[in-house]
Design a protein around this ligand. Structure first.
Ligand code: SAH
Length: 429
């Protein structure tokens, strides 16, 4: 007979759980019974009342992550299948389906399928690139349920099985639109080569989990433009899908001479060149990313409109300033500067410097498209940083659009940590 693994919270620590926040920090735990790392534990408050079922891992600061707040739900194949169905149901609103009103529109086939905690699956990321799925297992709990997760993905994306009625639960009582049925995917590839696995006591790992080895470059379409994605060696799972909607929103402002700083594989620059016949200077510290950027411009027939500069953005922007360089639009999409609360101040200075340099480099009425993907910098702080950058550069400016992460990167309302990307489109007078 198996004994039940249980986790008891300290008195007064149950409130976030009652509000369905999925994380339990080690400091909130009173005691744990019969649980090994990775086990599913029954989470109870100090009085022993059942609250949730969670994946336990004593090695991590976040010692447990909730799978479910439904007492009847077991953490089995049906559970993971239900979660996938729920995630896919949201994506059916904007992906895969063909828009009946626009015969020329092609279905979106590059998007995030599962966004971890915000899709009620802690530690699980799944991105789709055309016929390929790329997955990341970020936590021990996710790692130990890899098989059920892969099986659920195969059912939905390979066998194309709509959910069956006995899988329905009160929260996920979902039906699929028929038009959502699509061509099966041919591969599930793992990109669990991420730092955070260390904190969970896991090694980095990559490779084929199902189907054929992915091509070195997978072609995707985004808002009518074409991009090559290196899912095996690229950043994250290969492409910054979270910026899809922002690229479309930013496009009208990217005209004339455009500086695409932190260009990666050139996406924002391709929009500028292709939509507005702008000239895009693509700046990135990574030569290999810019090689792919070069191919992306060529793929869209825009090679003549592009320039590629391998350099540190901070240094290069200062150099442009010293030379009196000017741009009509600048995109700043730096990597995450704030990795923990301890470097918030330094990182804030980094954002401020960059934005100040950008303001100094913009022509009158030029546009700055600026982002921060640091979760610890919230929208209010980010706006303050951009404001003080404008003050230092002595530029008056207007916010014309506020940007966030694309809808395939939803933010759990109970999980504000899921909000990380924010952006502003600013006109500098
Ligand atoms: N805008 C891109 C994504 C940018 S990701 C897109 O839409 O696809 C951040 C990029 O910043 C990475 O390509 C990384 O190589 C680059 N980077 C990081 N630090 C840098 C620095 N100091 N100077 C220039 N580029 C840098």
């Amino acid at each position: 007979m198996s004994v039940t693994a249980k986790l008891f919270l300290k008195r007064g620590k149950e409130k976030p759980l009652r509000q369905h926040h999925p994380w339990i920090f080690s400091g909130a735990i009173q005691r744990v019974e019969n649980a090994n790392d990775g086990d599913t534990v029954e989470v109870c408050d100090a009085a022993g009342e059942w609250l949730a079922r969670a994946a336990y891992n004593a090695r991590s600061q976040i010692a447990a992550r909730v799978w479910t707040f439904e007492r009847a739900a077991q953490i089995d194949r049906a559970f993971f299948r239900r979660r996938m169905v729920g995630a896919k149901h949201l994506r059916a609103r904007f992906a895969d389906t063909i828009d009946d009103d626009d015969a020329n529109a092609s279905p979106l086939r590059a998007y995030r399928v599962v966004n971890a905690e915000s899709d009620f699956l802690p530690g699980v990321i799944v991105d789709r690139y055309a016929d390929f799925l790329v997955v990341q297992f970020l936590t021990l709990g996710a790692e130990l349920h890899k098989q059920e997760i892969i099986e659920a993905l195969k059912k939905l994306f390979v066998e194309n099985q709509p959910p069956v009625s006995n899988l329905q639960s009160p929260i996920f009582n979902l039906q699929f639109p028929v038009s959502n049925l699509q061509s099966p995917i041919s591969c599930i590839y793992e990109r669990s080569d991420v730092d955070v696995r260390k904190k969970e006591g896991l090694k980095e790992t990559t490779g084929v989990l199902f189907g054929e080895e992915p091509l070195d470059k997978i072609e995707i379409e985004e808002n009518g433009l074409r991009f090559l994605v290196d899912v095996k060696r690229g950043h994250k799972t290969g492409f910054y899908l979270d910026q899809r909607v922002n690229r479309e929103r930013a496009a009208p402002y990217l005209r004339g001479e455009v500086l695409n700083a932190f260009a990666y594989t050139g996406a924002f620059g391709v929009y500028a060149a292709k939509r507005n016949d702008a000239h895009a200077v693509n700046l990135d510290a990574s030569a290999s990313s810019l090689e792919l950027a070069r191919e992306n411009f060529a793929l869209n027939g825009a090679a003549a409109n592009a320039e590629f500069v391998v350099a540190d953005a901070f240094e290069k922007l200062r150099e442009y300033r010293a030379q009196g360089g000017k741009f009509d639009a600048i995109v700043l999409d730096p990597p995450k500067f704030v990795t923990s609360a301890s470097n918030l101040e330094r990182a804030t200075r980094g954002y401020k410097d960059l934005n100040m340099l950008a303001f100094q480099l913009l022509n009158p009425n030029g546009f700055l498209v600026t982002f921060s993907c640091s979760g610890l910098v919230d929208a209010k702080l980010f706006q303050q940083i951009v404001f003080s950058a404008a003050v230092d550069a002595k530029r008056d400016a207007q916010i014309v659009e506020k940007l966030g992460q694309s809808p395939d990167h939803p933010i759990g309302l109970h999980f504000p940590e899921g909000e990380y990307l924010k952006g502003l489109i600013v006109r500098a007078l």
